[in-house]
Design a protein around this ligand. Structure first.
Ligand code: CAA
Length: 240
């Protein structure tokens, strides 16, 4: 039987590419989304991948949603915590609401997504956790105190989970994408985006599929000894 993979924020952007790549690699995939029904049903129509709607910022919704996925498809072996939002503003203009929205979705959302599947992974002695962090968690970013805090936080999460899961056959790793051609990056003002591209030695934005292929590797049996690691995929924009 094929392994079951859950991808949050999996109907658009990097998450959609990950969901498709996992399906093509033989996984049974569930993709979650928060609000865009139209994009989700189009995604399911085109790919045959089931989508589930819940807010990753809510623990209760996540727990109930994951229970539904497991009832439909079977126990979740692979979880890709990808869902994320931006609420960019220079710090002196950033509101407490902008801070909390991003922390609740991007950081607490990782807890809410992984925590309900963790006991089952421990019991079955197999699990793969991949958290999609960001270049901006590594280097910081003007107008992203909230977002950068969550993406740096992701790296603390996977390093801790790696130590807890290792004996139970669970790995936890992160990918830090640079600027990828998605709606999120396209929402950045054009002038700013052009100046960002000028800072990328590769001379272009990344493609979502370039992140997806790294996920497929990290969740494979071949990557069983890679645990607590961060893959940087940013066209050499920032090297750690
Ligand atoms: N570094 C230094 N200064 C910067 C700057 C930067 N990167 N970006 C803007 N500034 C300066 C501007 O030059 C301007 O300065 P002056 O006032 O002296 O002219 C000032 O900051 C802008 O101030 P405003 O009050 O006009 O800013 P605003 O309230 O209108 O906010 C913004 C504008 C939100 C910062 C907007 O420029 C923006 O969205 N920038 C992009 C931020 C960004 O890169 N986000 C990443 C999104 S993609 C992503 O997050 C995915 C991923 O993981 C990589």
């Amino acid at each position: 039987m094929s392994r079951v993979a859950l991808v949050t924020g999996g109907s658009r952007g990097i998450g959609a590419a990950i969901a498709v790549a996992l399906k093509n690699a033989g996984y049974t995939v569930a993709a979650t989304y928060a609000g865009n029904d139209e994009a989700a049903s189009k995604f399911t129509e085109e790919t045959g991948i089931k989508t589930y709607k819940w807010n990753v910022a809510s623990y209760e919704d996540s727990k109930a949603g994951i229970a539904k996925v497991e009832a439909d498809l079977g126990p979740v072996d692979v979880v890709v915590a990808n869902a994320g939002i931006t609420r960019d503003a220079p710090f002196h203009k950033m509101t407490p609401e902008q801070w909390h929205e991003v922390i609740d979705t991007n950081l607490t959302g990782v807890f809410n997504t992984v925590h309900p599947v963790w006991p089952g992974m421990r019991d079955r002695k197999f699990g793969r956790v991949v958290v999609i962090s960001s270049i901006n968690g590594q280097k910081g970013q003007f107008a992203q105190v909230n977002y950068a805090a969550t993406k740096a936080g992701d790296l603390g999460i996977i390093k801790s989970l790696a130590q807890e899961g290792a004996r139970a056959g669970i790995t936890a790793n992160a990918i830090c994408p640079g600027y990828i051609a998605t709606d999120m990056v396209m929402a950045v003002p054009e002038k700013v985006r052009e100046s960002i591209i000028a800072q990328i030695p590769a001379g272009r934005l990344g493609e979502p599929e370039e992140i997806a292929r790294a996920v497929v590797f990290l969740v494979s049996d071949d990557a069983g000894f890679i645990n607590g690691s961060t893959i940087t995929a940013n066209g050499a924009q920032y090297l750690v």
